[in-house]
Design a binder for this molecule. Sequence first.
Ligand code: HEC
Ligand code: HEC
Length: 219
Amino acid sequence: MAKVRSGLFGWIAASLLIWSCTGEPRQERAASGTVAGRSVEGAAQAGLNDRLLLAAAKVALPPPGVQPGDLPDPYSQGAQAVARYCSSCHNLPSPTLHSATDWPGVVRRMWLRMDRLPADLQVPVPTVAERHYILDYLVANALQVSGATLPAGPGREIFSQACSRCHALPDPYQHSPEDWPTVVRRMEQRMTQMNVEVPQPGEIGAILTYLQSVSARRR
Ligand code: HEC
Ligand code: HEC
């Protein structure tokens, strides 16, 4: 975070310096009727916007490591279409990355992006029928989310804050107390891969205690 900020501040400081050095000649150009000064400014602004957009788009992208064969039911039409159409621009996403409620909105943004790309980039674009089974597949294999009321217990607050930033809040009952440590450890890794802040070790411990105590109650 600090690095990104100081990079941005450095860039702004450098731009101000360039601007202050070229202030005088630019006025002269403007007086003689050219717009060169303005277009330099416009290009700099466009450059900054591009950098901001790219940096923002790269936060919380699907993490690396999912191969087509790892997808649930890998020979189904849905899995094959996801593998074909969803890994051109970023890593292949796992269907458990979003809830059944959230996938339609995410996928709608993706259709738009695929449809609007210049043809020379040659990104394969699914047909209407393929879009249906991609969405059906993602929804059928989606993340299981918690009910409206989250069971009480120490760690509940930090769990609901830290575990709902990339996807909806997961259902604490979907794993056993024995399995939660592996899942939580993998999520810490996901946070690092996806450029999302990892909670303090004490907070991770509290989340795990909460998940284990809640999931033990339903046995
Ligand atoms: C044309 C390039 C492109 C293709 C193809 C593409 N995506 Fe994306 N995807 C993006 C961009 C750009 C972002 C970051 C901006 C955003 O989140 O909308 C992104 C982000 C994501 C994210 C992370 C953001 C979030 O909301 O969780 C997921 C998940 C995702 N895409 C799923 C998919 C799926 C599923 C497919 C296949 C149906 C797909 N993408 C195909 C460009 C693409
Ligand atoms: C940085 C983004 C991010 C955060 C924050 C995050 N997750 Fe995830 N989560 C993912 C991704 C990516 C997947 C799908 C790939 C996978 O399962 O590794 C996923 C899938 C899941 C799944 C379904 C897969 C399974 O193994 O059952 C569960 C459950 C889950 N997350 C629990 C959590 C918990 C608990 C937390 C809080 C400690 C959390 N997540 C925080 C990114 C995140």
